[in-house]
Design a protein around this ligand. Structure first.
Ligand code: M6R
Length: 365
């Protein structure tokens, strides 16, 4: 049932504040602002490193997770798309743990990677939406993302719920490994607790602007997304979302890679979507944006209030989100990305929930 939404994708985008609060409350205790003990189903303290494997959007969530595990838990992460991971013949040892991320829990390559790791004696954790799935069944520890059924082929609420669970796991791992203090833990959990409310506010705030910008995007043949740090996987997620439902060619790049190739594509016909919260990477990303502006590129700047105040570069549009803590920025910045893709596809009249050639769950290699 789509309720009063035109598509499941739209409904699922607007469900995010609610489902994310379910995901958070499963792994956090908001009375004490601490991470719950259920994340200890994986013994992160005894783990030498973490191998993450997944496909598509789930892989991009894992890539954000990598930044968090390394930063907050000082836990080295090896991550790859499952179709490569399973054949890489990576040296693995039982001192490592492996994490598989999958909405459906049935993705063939992800399952094959899981079996490969299991065979090598690694402890297996699964971040899944469907708890009765094969991936869930074959894992030692299940971390449900609590998103509820996701019908739209383009993953939206599963992505942000995967991020919420990965944030909890990374902070829990940091706590177990003694790399974050009790005070930091309380502070970060407090920020995460505010996320559902901020998400609702942002969805309402940006909707009209996303709709009018999408009219412009729908005229383009190519779109480039740029970001640094955790905004780099978001750039790739933005490009994936746009291409899969609007069929516009889009690419996501690490902002610093711009001058190593993609800058050759910049002209007034290709919009560049720059994802840049006012974090420690901001100035670097703005200098890349400057390179785009200098070549006549049209910029759609997705930033926050502090970022908008700090950059004076001319843009085609600036989307101003509220200033939020770094730990929740990837989830909040997912919202304009999802809405831009959604409205662009609606303008173009594509089959938003069932894009051509795609299946919700890829159970063959
Ligand atoms: O069910 P899974 O999370 O394992 O699926 C992985 C990908 O097939 C999936 O995320 C795909 O990339 C989506 N269509 C992206 O929106």
């Amino acid at each position: 049932d789509k309720g009063n939404h035109r598509h499941f994708m739209e409904k699922e985008i607007y469900e995010q504040p609610e489902v994310i609060s379910h995901a958070l409350s499963r792994y956090m205790d908001f009375a004490s602002n601490t991470i719950s003990d259920n994340i200890n189903a994986i013994d992160f303290k005894a783990t030498s490193s973490l191998a993450i494997s997944a496909c598509g959007t789930a892989y991009l969530a894992g890539l954000v997770g990598k930044y968090w595990f390394e930063r907050y838990a000082r836990l080295p992460v090896e991550i790859d798309v499952a179709s490569e991971f399973r054949y890489r013949e990576m040296p693995l040892s039982p001192s490592q743990a492996a994490l598989f991320i999958s909405q459906s829990g049935e993705t063939a390559d992800t399952l094959a990677s899981l079996r490969y790791c299991k065979d090598k004696g690694l402890k297996i954790g699964a971040v899944v939406n469907v708890r009765e799935s094969t991936i869930a069944r074959e894992s030692d520890a299940i971390f449900p993302i609590m998103a509820g059924p996701e019908i739209g082929v383009a993953s939206t609420k599963a992505f942000t719920c995967q991020l919420a669970v990965l944030a909890a796991l990374a902070l829990g791992a940091g706590k177990a490994r003694g790399t974050i203090s009790a005070e930091q833990e309380r502070e970060l959990v407090r920020h995460l607790a505010e996320m559902p409310r901020i998400m609702s506010r942002v969805l309402n705030l940006i909707q009209p602007q996303m709709e009018s910008l999408s009219r412009e995007l729908s005229k383009c043949r190519d779109v480039l997304y740029l970001g640094r740090g955790t905004s780099f996987p978001l750039a790739m997620e933005g490009a994936l979302k746009l291409k899969e439902i609007s069929y516009i060619h889009a690419e996501g790049y690490a902002a610093g890679e711009l001058k190593h190739g993609p800058i050759a594509l910049i002209d007034e016909n290709m919009p560049v979507i720059v994802i840049a919260p006012f974090d420690r990477f901001f100035d670097k990303t703005v200098s890349n944006m400057q390179e785009v502006a200098a070549r006549g590129g049209r910029i759609i700047f997705i930033t926050d209030e502090a970022g908008a105040a700090a950059s004076k570069l001319p843009t085609m549009a600036t989307i101003v989100l509220p200033d939020v803590n770094e730990i929740i920025a990837p989830m909040i910045f997912s919202l304009p990305i999802q809405l831009l893709a959604y409205h662009t596809a609606v303008f173009m009249g594509t089959d938003v929930d069932q894009p051509r050639n795609l299946a919700k769950s890829v159970t063959v290699e």
